[in-house]
Design a binder for this molecule. Structure first.
Ligand SMILES: Nc1ncnc2c1ncn2[C@@H]1O[C@H](COP(=O)(O)OP(=O)(O)OP(=O)(O)O)[C@@H](O)[C@H]1O
Ligand SMILES: [Mg+2]
Length: 340
C-alpha cells in the first residue's frame, strides 16, 4: 500500500488555510485551529499548509506535543523553535539556558515552573524571538497535538497571539477534542479574541473515501469492500488501517482492475490485526473497544462488541458517531465544516 496517499476532500479547509497564508503574505497575522478526533487528518492538513508556506518562501517552525512529555515545561515551543544549548543561534541557546536555569531556595529547588519570575522571562524570550523572526519576514508557527501540550507552552502561545497580532505571523494549532485543560481553554479564548478561524474536521465524504480506497488498492473498489470500509465513518486513518488489515489477511481480491472482498466472515486473525493497528489509541479506549467480532453478512460490514448497556463501545463511538444505532453502515458524512 502506498505510504502517502493523495489528500482527499478537505477543499474548504485547504482554502481556509491558503487564505490565512495569504493574509500573512500581505503583512497581517492569521490564527487557525484545526480540531477533530484521532486519525481524522489534522496533522495531514497542517503539513499541507506548512508545505504551502515553505513554497511561498515563508519561515516555518513546527512543534508537536508528546503525550508522555506533558509536564516538560515549554517542551512544545522549545522543540518548535529549536532551542537547544548547542544551537548555533545565541538567541535559541540563551532560551535553552533559561529553561534549564534554576538553583535552590528555601522552599526547595527553583525551576522555570516553580518560579513565576523565571517563567515570565521564558515567555517573554519566546515572544521576543517570534517577534524578531517575524520582523525579518513572514513566519508560520505550527503547533500539533495541543491537547498534550505542557501548560507553559499553551500560556506562551496565548501570549504570542497577542504580542504578534500586528506582524506577518500565522499560528496554526491542531487538537483533539479531548483531553482539554484550563490552559487550552485559555489559549482557545485568546485565539478567538485574535480572530482565529476554527476548523472542525469530520469524516471524509463518500466520494473522497472511494478515491482513497481506489488509490490504496490501485483498483476500482467493489461494493462489498466499500460497504465494509464505510464502517470507518470517513476517518482516513481507520480507512487505511482497515484496508491494510484486510490486505494483510489476503481478504482483498483484485481481478480485472476491480478490488473486492471475498470473505464473508472476518477471520479471527484480522480482528487481532485491526486491534493491534489501533492500539495507539488511549489505553482505556482500546480496552473498552475490543476487536470486531465478525463480518456481518446483512450489512456486509464488521460487527463489534457492545458495552453492557448495549451501546456501541467507547472507541467506536467516534467511529460510529454518525452511524445508525444497531448497524455498522454509515451515511455520507460530508467533508468537514469551517466555522469562524
Ligand atoms: N484528507 C486525507 N486524504 C488522504 N489521506 C489522509 C487525509 N487525511 C489524513 N490522511 C491520512 O490518514 C492518516 C491519519 O491522518 P493524521 O495523522 O493527519 O490524523 P490526525 O487527525 O493528526 O490524528 P491524531 O489525532 O492521532 O494525531 C495519515 O496517514 C494521513 O496521511
Ligand atoms: Mg496528528
Amino acid at each position: 500500500m502506498a505510504p502517502d496517499l493523495r489528500i482527499r476532500g478537505r477543499a474548504a479547509e485547504i482554502a481556509a488555510l491558503g487564505e490565512a497564508l495569504g493574509r500573512v503574505a500581505a503583512g497581517h497575522a492569521a490564527m487557525v485551529l484545526i480540531e477533530g478526533e484521532a486519525g481524522i487528518g489534522k496533522t495531514r492538513l497542517l503539513d499541507e499548509a506548512l508545505a504551502d508556506a515553505r513554497g511561498r518562501g515563508m519561515q516555518v517552525v513546527v512543534g508537536r506535543a508528546e503525550e508522555l512529555e506533558r509536564t516538560r515545561p515549554f517542551g512544545l515551543l522549545a522543540g518548535a523553535f529549536g532551542c537547544a544549548r548547542s544551537s548555533p543561534d545565541p538567541r535559541r541557546a540563551a532560551i535553552a539556558e533559561l529553561l534549564a536555569a534554576g538553583g535552590s531556595g528555601e522552599g526547595g529547588p527553583i525551576t522555570v515552573t516553580s518560579d513565576p519570575g523565571l517563567r515570565f522571562r521564558a515567555v517573554d524570550a519566546f515572544a521576543d524571538l517570534g517577534e524578531e523572526l517575524a520582523l525579518s519576514g513572514p513566519l508560520v508557527i505550527g503547533a500539533d497535538d495541543l491537547q498534550w501540550a505542557d501548560p507553559s507552552s499553551l500560556l506562551t502561545l496565548a501570549a504570542l497571539s497577542r504580542r504578534l497580532a500586528y506582524l506577518p505571523v500565522a499560528l496554526i494549532g491542531c487538537l483533539r477534542p479531548s483531553p482539554r485543560g484550563p490552559e487550552l481553554d485559555r489559549l482557545d479564548g485568546a485565539l478567538a479574541a485574535a480572530g482565529a478561524r476554527h476548523l472542525i474536521l469530520r469524516g471524509l465524504a463518500e466520494d473522497a473515501v472511494t478515491g482513497l480506497v481506489a488509490e490504496a488498492v490501485a483498483a476500482v473498489p467493489g461494493p462489498v469492500l466499500l460497504a465494509g470500509i464505510s464502517g470507518a465513518a470517513g476517518n482516513p486513518l481507520f480507512v487505511t488501517e482497515l484496508l491494510a488489515a484486510l490486505a494483510q489477511e489476503g481478504a482483498i481480491e483484485i481481478a480485472g482492475g476491480r478490488a473486492e472482498v471475498a470473505e464473508t466472515t472476518l477471520p479471527p486473525s484480522l480482528r487481532l490485526t485491526i486491534l493491534r493497528r489501533i492500539s495507539f489509541l488511549p489505553g482505556d479506549t482500546c480496552r473498552r473497544c475490543g476487536p470486531p467480532r465478525s463480518w456481518d453478512p446483512a450489512s456486509r460490514s464488521p460487527t463489534w462488541p457492545r458495552s453492557p448497556a448495549g451501546q456501541p463501545s467507547a472507541c467506536l463511538g467516534s467511529w460510529r458517531r454518525r452511524s445508525g444505532r444497531g448497524s455498522w453502515k454509515t451515511t455520507a458524512t460530508g467533508s468537514g465544516s469551517v466555522t469562524t
